[in-house]
Design a protein around this ligand. Sequence first.
Ligand code: 6OG
Length: 206
Amino acid sequence: MSLERAKGTRKMSIYHVVVPLFDESHWTELLIFDAVASVIDQDEPNQMSTSQKIFTLAMVRKTNALLLGLKKKGFGEGKWNGFGGKVEKDETISEGAVRELEEESGLVAKCLTKIGILEFEFVGDPVLFEVHVFDVTQYEGEPVETEEMKPQWFPEDGIPYEKMWPDDILWYPLYLKGIKFRGHFLYQGYDTILNYTLTQMDHLPS
Ligand code: 6OG
């Protein structure tokens, strides 16, 4: 495939392909498209038509249980989710993850491992959300309810997917197995995923 052709098909390849989960032959194909896309990004950093916002999402885990927070206000209100928010200009993504986790749950992360990068697009919205997902197994403190989140432990086999973002049920199984991943989801509104890609990764950029 030539680069020109890859440029022209990039949106179709990355954003509009519907791929059944856990089909390894399709994962291989997606990895090739991913690699082409990153070459194009380096060559043409200013060609993107969308603006991008970087977010964090900290997943706090203990043996067989996951800490989720019920979002009390703002984006995702009423949904259970990990803890996170927008990365500020003067901090690294990891620093943002630690700060947001403490602000929203009272916990101080002692060790963070990046386990995924998720991109979200919403039809009609030019903003691309890039969410960096971290596994947190070492932390200090006890979860407390804050202005934004009401925390609660859930057993790994009792995650309330029906009250969560629809993408969660797709990537949590990878996360819970310790598999790193990259995903791209195109939403229509907040309840419908029009299409998505999800790719297993050996390494993730920091
Ligand atoms: P604040 O508005 O609270 O940051 N986030 C998503 N998380 C999941 N699981 N699925 C999505 O699908 C999400 N879109 C955004 C990133 C928003 C928080 O919500 C996460 C942040 O942790 C659309 O500052």
